[in-house]
Write a protein that binds this ligand. Sequence first.
Ligand code: NAD
Length: 256
Amino acid sequence: MQDLKIAVVIGGGNGIGAACCTVMHAHGWSVVVADKDEAAAAAVADRAGGRAFGVDVTDGDAVARLAMEVERQVGAPTALVVSSGIFQANMPVEQTPPDLFDRIMAVNVRGTYLANRAFGERMAALGRGAIVNLSSVTAHGSTPLNIYGPGKSAIITMSKSFAGEWGGRGVRVNTVSPGITLVPRVVERKRSGDRYPADLDAQMALGRCVEPAEVAEAVEFLCSPRASAITGTDLVVDCGWMTGALWAAYGGLRQR
Ligand SMILES: NC(=O)c1ccc[n+]([C@@H]2O[C@H](COP(=O)([O-])OP(=O)(O)OC[C@H]3O[C@@H](n4cnc5c(N)ncnc54)[C@H](O)[C@@H]3O)[C@@H](O)[C@H]2O)c1
């Protein structure tokens, strides 16, 4: 019988994507780990008992081949998580090299589009499926991340568009917007103090940053039948960062 819990996680080799693989495996999903970093994908697949595939999400032919190969070798996916992404430094817009715009949009926006198109089309043909694309709190307001943030806004709008497109054929499409999440890259920067202020945790209503597994639990929920009525929405998982933002003008969040 067809396994009805097959999840493909693109960008599953590291960080939030890797946490999604671990958490989804724990919730009973068969996990396919896809990443440009094939060694990282293989290591996560070993831990999550799944299969690993190398893919560059900016390559439309490679993404289409991935969708075909997964269906042939593992089965038709019932969930797709797109967690592949690249980042930018905090820099004034007039110092931002234009080709950085192209690189970030190619991976974060075009890559999400290509992956949704390849997997969503097939899910719609089969009449079921759930897609979660990783956006960010930077999509929701003004930050110095002047390319990354607008790209993350595009991912939310694109996901709402696909939710309307495929909803009638049983496919749900949502986004999750994490706040600052303690993946190894962020932990290192937080420790070295080269990017984040010393009072970073105090800016969050919950007094701390997000754990990767907490984002992954939200992703798994949206992929699961427990979220059967939810499509075209964005779920913010930020330890109350956005909630706390306007308190700065009033002296900051109350501390314990
Ligand atoms: N960590 C955070 O604080 C945070 C906050 C908000 C949103 N996000 C979003 O969550 C997602 C995951 O972020 P993360 O912190 O886990 O990053 P990460 O760097 O730890 O992992 C990203 C993964 O994407 C893969 N990847 C990059 N380019 C690729 C490509 N062209 N094709 C295939 N795979 C590619 C990388 O190899 C890596 O395994 C991203 O979309 C990011 O924008 C992260």
